[in-house]
Design a protein around this ligand. Structure first.
Ligand code: SPD
Length: 365
């Protein structure tokens, strides 16, 4: 996690004088994904507005949702994915945005706005922040050492064929720890609808994972960034920008470790992460100021340049580094985009069933 200028001050201030802090709008509590903002973004916002930001991070929608559904999360800004947004809106988790306070809304890409309106009609509650895919991060040297020059790095066969997974075991495989992302991936590989609720389909998906379970080193949704960068893993199922970050870190460390990202030819899950204000936020004015700040092209381009994810801000595109705009992991070309599927939005009750099945996979029984 990054450390920010006034963050610690705000934490102690809240701890000692909680009620006073809540009464003014000079504090903002943000809950975002880990590794998802530029090192300077929060400090710049604090300097420009005099608002102190308390910035916490999570690495799965499941964690965020548990906080939100428990109520009184204490956060003013949260960042759910579109696949969780619709049901959370229905559950009354968010308040409508006051667009009169968001003059920079005009910078957003209208095609993306239309896409995410499927989860949030009229774009009433949330602003698209970043988007990406869930593919394969890998160390090409180690993978080819284990599987030879023809290793199928452009196919989910790399992991789902037990004989491949067994050969990769010694150099390390990691999976995201998210039932709602990993089970649809297996359903898709098996040729079932990604949103299938058919118990037989789910049983087959679970069985597929069980066959390769002994070869998986761990299940975690952020640790793989440093492990790929340090050469401690050879394959990770991961988020596009996180793998781009691992690659950048490996290059900064001298380039001895190589990291690449592949969107397998069978297709991969795609997501939009959305910025929203919980219904019980205490600093609503400051939350709108923060969202409007994020919608500035210079701020959004700087975030993409640091985190490697594509953003939803059309006006920011010319300011994004050419290397990132030309990186097919961050900005996939049209034919690859056509192979992506949207991670399904499942009702809370079925998401619980998936979590139970996924826990069995993790336990290996
Ligand atoms: N480190 C930032 C990762 C952001 C990933 N969001 C993904 C959501 C997938 N449903």
């Amino acid at each position: 996690m990054k450390s920010f200028g006034r963050t610690l001050l705000a934490v102690s201030f809240l701890g000692v004088f909680g009620t006073i802090a809540q009464a003014n709008d000079k504090v903002l509590r943000v809950y975002n994904w880990s590794d998802y903002i530029a090192p300077d973004t929060v400090r710049k916002f604090e300097d420009e507005t005099g608002i102190s930001v308390v910035y916490d991070v999570f690495d799965s929608n499941e964690t965020l949702e548990a906080r939100l559904l428990a109520g009184k999360s204490g956060y003013d800004i949260v960042v759910p994915s579109n696949s969780f947004l619709a049901k959370q809106i229905k559950a009354g988790v968010y308040q409508p945005l006051d667009k009169s306070k968001l003059p920079n809304w005009k910078n957003l890409n209208t095609t993306l706005l239309n896409n995410v309106a499927a989860s949030d009609p009229g774009n009433a509650h949330a602003v698209p922040y970043m988007w990406g895919s869930i593919g394969i991060g890998f160390n090409p040297d180690k993978v080819r050492q284990a599987l030879g020059a023809d290793a199928p790095v452009n196919s989910w066969d790399l992991l789902f064929k037990p004989e491949n997974a067994a050969k990769l075991k010694s150099c390390g495989i990691s999976f995201l720890d998210s039932a709602t992302e990993m089970l649809p991936l297996a359903l898709h590989y098996l040729g079932y609808p990604v949103n299938s609720q058919d118990p037989q389909h789910l049983a087959k998906a679970q069985e597929l994972f069980m066959k390769i379970r002994p070869s998986v080193a761990y299940f975690h949704s952020s640790k793989y960034i440093s492990d790929l960068a340090n050469g401690n893993l050879c394959v990770a199922v991961g988020y596009s920008g996180d793998v781009v970050q691992a690659k950048a870190r490996a290059e900064e460390a001298g380039g001895m470790v190589k990291v690449e990202y592949s969107i397998p030819k069978e297709g991969a899950g795609s997501f939009y992460d959305m910025v929203a204000i919980p219904h019980d936020a205490e600093h609503v004015e400051a939350a709108h100021q923060f969202i409007n700040f994020l919608l500035r092209p210079d701020i959004m381009a700087e975030i993409t340049n640091n985190v490697g994810y594509s953003n939803a801000n059309a006006a920011a595109t010319p300011l994004v580094d050419e290397a990132i705009r030309n990186d097919p992991g961050s900005y996939p070309p049209e034919p690859v985009l056509a192979t992506l599927y949207a991670i399904p939005d499942q009702p809370i009750s079925f998401a619980r069933v998936m979590t139970r099945d996924w826990t069995r996979v993790k336990l290996g029984k």
